[in-house]
Design a protein around this ligand. Structure first.
Ligand code: ADP
Ligand code: MG
Length: 240
C-alpha cells in the first residue's frame, strides 16, 4: 500500500535521508525507532508531502506521491498525520475540531460528520467532551481527540510522530491504547516512537534508522531479542 523506494533528502549539505526503501502492507503497523536526529520525522514528513524529496519515489496505492504533477489535495485526503503536540484548533470545541476536516475536505454533511464524531469519541472514552475546548482537556485527552480527528478523515494511512513524547508518563498509556485499538480495526500505521515496550508488543515490524538509513528491520521479536547490527544493539541497550 505504501512503497518508498530510494528516497533521499538533504538540508543544505546535510544528508538526512540517504536512500530509504520501505514497503508497508495494508493493515500493517510499522514502528520507526532510532536516535534523535536519525531522520524519522523527516521520513514521515516526506510521506505527508510536508517536505519534498530530492530523489526516489513514494507511492500510496495507485498514487505517486513524488510525482511533480500530483494533486496534493487528493493525496492529503488519503493520509492523516498526528504529531507530538498542538494538533487541535484551540478556538474550536472537540466536536467542531472533529467535523471540520470531513466536512471541508470530504464534503460530508454536518449531521453525518457529527454522528461519526460522537461515535469515535465514545470509542476512546471521551463522549462527554464534545463541547469542551482543547485547553480544558489533559494532554492525553487532547491526543486521543487528535487521533480520533485523524481517523474521522477515514485515511488509508495514518502517520504518527512521537504522539506520546510531550505527555506526562501517566497519560502515555491511554493514548497508546487508542493506537492499539486503531491497529485492531485494521488501520495501516507508520509511527515514530520512543515507546519501546509499545513497539515490541504492538508493532508488526520495527524499522531501526541511523544516519538516514534503515540499518535493520524485522519483526519485534527478532529486533528486540536478536538484533543483527551492533548499532541496533547499542541503541536498544540505551533505550530498554
Ligand atoms: P528524528 O525525527 O529522527 O529525531 P529528524 O528527521 O527530525 O530526526 O531530523 C533529522 C536531521 O535533519 C536532524 O539533524 C535535523 O536537525 C535535520 N533537519 C530536520 N528538519 C530540518 C530542516 N527543516 N532544516 C534543516 N535541517 C533539518
Ligand atoms: Mg522526530
Amino acid at each position: 500500500m505504501l512503497r518508498i523506494d530510494g528516497v533521499r533528502k538533504s538540508f543544505g549539505d546535510h544528508v538526512v535521508l540517504d536512500g530509504i526503501d520501505l514497503h508497508v502492507k495494508p493493515g500493517e503497523v510499522v514502528c520507526l525507532i532510532g536516535a534523535s536526529g536519525s531522520g524519522k520525522s523527516t521520513l514521515l514528513r516526506c510521506i505527508d508531502l510536508l517536505e519534498l524529496t530530492d530523489d526516489g519515489d513514494i507511492h500510496l496505492g495507485d498514487l505517486e506521491l513524488t510525482d511533480p504533477a500530483l494533486d496534493e489535495n487528493r493525496a492529503r485526503a488519503r493520509i492523516a498525520f498526528v504529531f507530538q503536540a498542538f494538533n487541535l484548533f484551540p478556538h474550536l470545541t472537540v466536536l467542531q475540531n472533529l467535523v471540520l476536516g470531513p466536512r471541508r475536505v470530504k464534503g460530508i454533511g454536518r449531521a453525518e460528520a457529527e454522528r461519526r464524531a460522537r461515535e469515535l469519541l465514545t470509542r476512546v472514552g471521551l463522549a462527554d467532551k464534545v463541547s469542551a475546548y482543547p485547553d480544558s482537556l489533559s494532554g492525553g485527552q487532547q491526543q486521543r481527540v487528535a487521533l480520533v480527528r485523524a481517523v474521522a478523515m477515514d485515511p488509508e494511512l495514518l502517520l504518527l510522530d512521537e504522539v506520546t513524547s510531550a505527555l506526562d508518563p501517566l497519560l502515555v498509556a491511554e493514548v497508546l491504547e487508542v493506537v492499539r485499538d486503531l491497529k485492531g480495526s485494521g488501520m495501516t500505521i507508520v509511527m515514530a516512537t520512543h515507546e519501546m515496550r509499545f513497539a515490541r508488543e504492538s508493532a508488526d515490524r520495527i524499522v531501526f534508522l541511523a544516519d538516514g538509513r534503515i540499518v535493520e528491520s524485522g519483526p519485534p521479536e527478532q529486533i528486540f531479542t536478536a538484533p543483527r547490527d551492533p548499532r541496533t544493539r547499542a541503541f536498544l541497550e540505551r533505550h530498554l
